[in-house]
Write a protein that binds this ligand. Structure first.
Ligand SMILES: Cc1cc2nc3c(=O)[nH]c(=O)nc-3n(C[C@H](O)[C@H](O)[C@H](O)COP(=O)(O)OP(=O)(O)OC[C@H]3O[C@@H](n4cnc5c(N)ncnc54)[C@H](O)[C@@H]3O)c2cc1C
Length: 313
């Protein structure tokens, strides 16, 4: 096998796994096709010592650290992974084929955005999903939150924590019972029941207003909405891994670690996994632990085979 481990996805999770494996003397290849989840955002927040760092700078620093331990990189998409001998053969979109003893999927998730006009353009620069990532920067500003079902009512309370000037948009859905509606109204929160027809503003200048189906425009500085998540890559399904109702791959634990999947030798880390709450700090922590788990599996195999680090005794 050319590599001990192929890591598919070079975001915080994949790079963190690579760092751990490189420091464990494992040969690692990280493949990344350059579509990070937080690509639309100018800054990443909430990661201790790196608060406010541009997402691409965090990745650059991560690659630099992984390189110190011999980690290799390809800016390529992995299009196919199949079992071969005691490991895997994977195909890259460049046509290259690589073999590895183990595979870590750190492929992330995508956000299933509504097709409302302006939504995609403003995603990450005026329309946000995560109050912890972007809430502080828009605190006390006129904010909006989209609440289209009962499960999102508590999410609206998180946004209320950021600003007294809050409008809840139900986008035409019948969401609130009378008691809940009264609670919001008593706290000065306006509820707009009209369907949303467009979001106005630009990726450079941010959100300006929300247009409603009855023709009104509601001026807002930022809008929050947590879209459903979906796997970013087809590889998990191609490998026979089941996607759960939340759009994630279930990761299991053993006494030796975490990130195991139902396919032996294939591990999952970061946002794509049910084991990792979707954020950079969690992805880094999960990648660290999954990297250590993979190294433990390799170490056991090597020891039982009589050598260390893949070497013959
Ligand atoms: C707009 C926005 C802003 C955010 N801001 C913050 C923030 O401020 N703070 C915070 O903590 N979190 C933030 N997040 C969440 C954060 O982006 C994720 O939690 C984090 O990136 C997860 O890391 P990951 O490594 O699991 O996935 P990702 O960072 O998404 O990395 C996965 C990588 O895998 C690659 N990939 C996928 N399939 C393949 C394939 N087949 N072959 C090769 N490569 C592949 C993708 O191109 C991608 O680069 C934000 C999310 C969004 C949507």
């Amino acid at each position: 096998m050319e590599y001990d481990v192929l890591i598919i996805g070079g975001g915080p999770a994949g790079l963190s796994a690579a760092l751990q494996l490189g420091r464990s003397l494992r040969s690692v290849l990280v493949c990344d096709n350059g579509e990070p989840r937080n690509g639309p955002a100018a800054e990443a927040h909430g990661y201790l010592t790196r608060d406010g760092i541009p997402p691409e700078e965090l990745r650059r620093l991560g690659r630099e650290e992984v390189s110190k331990y011999g980690g290799e990189f390809r800016n390529s998409q992995v299009t196919d992974v199949s079992r071969a001998n005691d490991g895997f053969t994977s195909t890259l979109d460049s046509g290259e084929s690589v073999t590895s003893r183990k595979v870590v999927l750190a492929t992330g998730v995508g956000d299933d955005l509504p097709d409302t006009d302006g939504f995609e353009e403003l995603w990450g620069s005026g329309v946000y999903h995560c109050p912890y990532c972007h809430g502080y920067e828009v605190r006390d500003e006129p904010l909006g939150v989209i609440v289209t079902n009962q499960h999102m009512v508590d999410y609206a309370k998180l946004i209320y924590n950021l600003s007294d000037d809050l409008v809840v948009f139900t986008d035409g859905q019948d969401v609130f019972d009378e008691a809940t509606q009264s609670l919001f109204i008593e706290r000065g929160v306006r509820i707009e029941d009209e369907p949303i027809s467009a979001l106005n503003g630009s990726g450079d200048d941010g959100l300006e207003s929300v247009s409603l189906a009855d023709g009104r425009n509601v001026a807002r500085h930022a809008l929050f909405y947590p879209p459903p998540m979906e796997q970013h890559s087809e590889l998990p399904e191609q490998l026979g891994l089941e996607v759960n109702q939340a759009g994630l791959i279930d990761a299991t634990r053993s006494q030796h670690g975490i990130g195991f999947t139902s396919v032996e030798g294939v591990f999952i880390a970061g946002d794509a996994s049910s084991g990792s709450p979707p954020s950079i700090p969690s992805a880094v922590a999960d990648g660290y632990a999954v990297g250590a788990t993979v190294n433990m599996e390799l170490s056991k195999e090597d020891f039982e085979g009589g050598g260390n680090n893949g070497q013959a005794p």
